[in-house]
Design a protein around this ligand. Structure first.
Ligand SMILES: Cc1cc2nc3c(=O)[nH]c(=O)nc-3n(C[C@H](O)[C@H](O)[C@H](O)COP(=O)(O)OP(=O)(O)OC[C@H]3O[C@@H](n4cnc5c(N)ncnc54)[C@H](O)[C@@H]3O)c2cc1C
Length: 437
């Protein structure tokens, strides 16, 4: 049994292996290494992860806590987003000042980030001597003395007091603990892309705002994220866009559903064929207001993100923890994967600080984070149903019917965290709307 003296952290001197080397892995490794644990990270990829990834959205309180804990730079660039609008094509001609018709506005509160920028800020706090790139973990074994052994591809076994699987959507930890668990797919997917802000004809349309454009097969959206090179400097940011597309009864070049009708395989940036890119551009031009379809069409290489999810019944078994996407992957409608991964890591470090017995610390963490994971997983499914699989007739909606529609979807839940910042939210109607958001 691992216990500590009164003054010592439970983490002090215990041996911890972390499987994976991205967002949740770096966050937990930094915190537990500082608390005195002997941490080793095993990341499968050899190359620099920083060069990959596009946009993501994060809760403001998570970013503030990550700064307070010195997980990321206090001046890490971000783009604040305070409002979501729902727009559609004008029935008459669009003009420069009104390129589409907004029929609903809603206060929201998140900071848009770039995956590479966030990763860079975390990774530089992980000492190089504890980060082993090019090390794929192939096996996990629980031993009789409560330790856990892992096998690194083409290398020997190594044994730890605790193994944290922060290994994302293909998690070996999840497959080992829940061998019968299946990743759920969806009968829709996301077209995605990114272009430079400098290429936009009316950049102000997206300032502080995330416009949504409904269509019969889901919706599109667009927001600014910082550029890895120039940060959040106006004029030099990146424009992150996406739209969903359902797959049933369609002939989408190169995209074939499995026998359940799910889209399992995506397209990485750079992989789209000429036919696929042309198809994506054509859909955008057919259904969306010109100014959004222009952004899509300006993207020479759109890519495809499949939609999948799962949620495990427990984040802990013995001395194995599952964390981040390895434990709960929610559909992307929530936009909170990276934030939830950092929240998981901070909560585990907090539990280590609070409790003096390792099993007690793990059990408290499990109760807290498993419940949080289940909530986002369920909400991702609900939003996917209403925003993509069973959309309202967007053209007939107005501000009042949108309020009712949203209230019925959310019931008592909150999305995009306005309540956390309601006292200083910059939009006028944040306080009156916070119940709806
Ligand atoms: C390179 C990259 C780019 C991303 N870009 C975006 C983005 O632009 N927008 C967005 O919303 N989300 C993005 N994500 C996903 C996002 O990071 C997660 O949804 C969220 O942050 C939770 O992260 P995680 O650390 O739990 O899992 P992940 O980010 O999936 O990281 C898991 C890590 O574990 C490693 N790994 C997996 N299996 C093994 C193994 N057996 N042995 C060793 N290592 C293993 C993987 O290589 C990966 O680096 C990206 C993920 C990665 C890895």
């Amino acid at each position: 049994m691992i216990k500590t003296s009164k003054s010592e952290s439970i983490a002090a001197n215990i041996n911890i292996g972390v499987v994976g080397g991205a967002i949740s892995a770096c966050a937990i490794a930094i915190l537990l290494h500082r608390a005195g644990a002997n941490v080793k990270i095993f990341e499968r990829s050899k190359g620099n992860l920083e060069d990959r990834g596009v946009g993501l959205t994060m809760k403001i309180s998570t970013l503030n806590e990550a700064i307070r804990r010195d997980l990321i730079d206090a001046d890490m660039p971000y783009v604040p987003v305070w409002q979501r609008t729902f727009g559609r094509k004008h029935t008459s001609k669009a003009t420069y000042s009104t390129p589409w018709n907004d029929y609903w506005k809603q206060p929201i509160a998140f900071h848009a980030n770039h995956w590479g920028v966030l990763y860079r800020s975390l990774r530089k706090r992980v000492p190089d001597n504890i980060y082993q790139a090019g090390s794929e973990v192939t096996h996990l074994r629980e031993n009789d003395d409560q330790t856990v052994s892992i096998r690194i591809k083409n290398k020997n076994w190594q044994t730890f007091d605790l193994v944290i699987c922060a290994d994302g959507y293909e998690s070996l930890g999840r497959k080992t603990l829940y061998p019968k668990s299946e990743i759920s797919g969806a009968k829709y997917f996301l077209w995605r892309g990114m272009i430079d802000e400098s290429t936009l004809p009316i950049p102000s349309m997206y300032e502080s705002c995330i416009p949504f454009f409904g269509y019969p097969y889901g919706h599109g959206f667009v927001y600014y994220v910082p550029s890895p090179k120039y940060g959040a400097e106006v004029g030099k940011r990146r424009v992150n866009w996406a739209f969903h597309e359902t797959i049933a009864n369609k002939n989408i070049p190169g995209i074939t559903p499995d026998d359940k009708g799910f889209v399992r395989k995506g397209l990485a940036p750079g992989e789209a064929s000429v036919e696929q890119a042309a198809y994506c551009h054509k859909i955008a031009q057919k259904y969306f207001p010109t100014y959004f379809s222009d952004v899509v069409t300006a993207t020479k290489q759109p890519f495809i993100q499949p939609v999948r999810d799962w949620n495990v019944p427990s984040y802990v078994r013995g001395r194995i923890c599952l964390m981040g996407d390895g434990a709960t992957l929610s559909r992307p409608h929530i936009g909170g994967g990276a934030g939830k991964a950092i929240d998981d890591a901070i909560a585990l470090a907090n539990s280590f600080e609070k409790h003096k017995d390792l099993d007690v610390a793990l059990s408290h963490w499990n109760d807290e984070r498993c419940a949080a994971g289940t909530e986002v997983w369920e909400m991702g499914r609900t939003l996917g149903y209403h925003l993509v699989e069973s959309t309202p007739d967007w053209d007939s909606m107005d501000s009042k019917s949108m309020d009712t529609w949203w209230k019925n979807i959310m019931k008592d839940r909150k999305w995009f965290w306005v309540d956390e910042v309601v006292d200083w939210h910059p939009t006028e109607n944040a306080r009156s709307c916070s119940k709806l958001c």
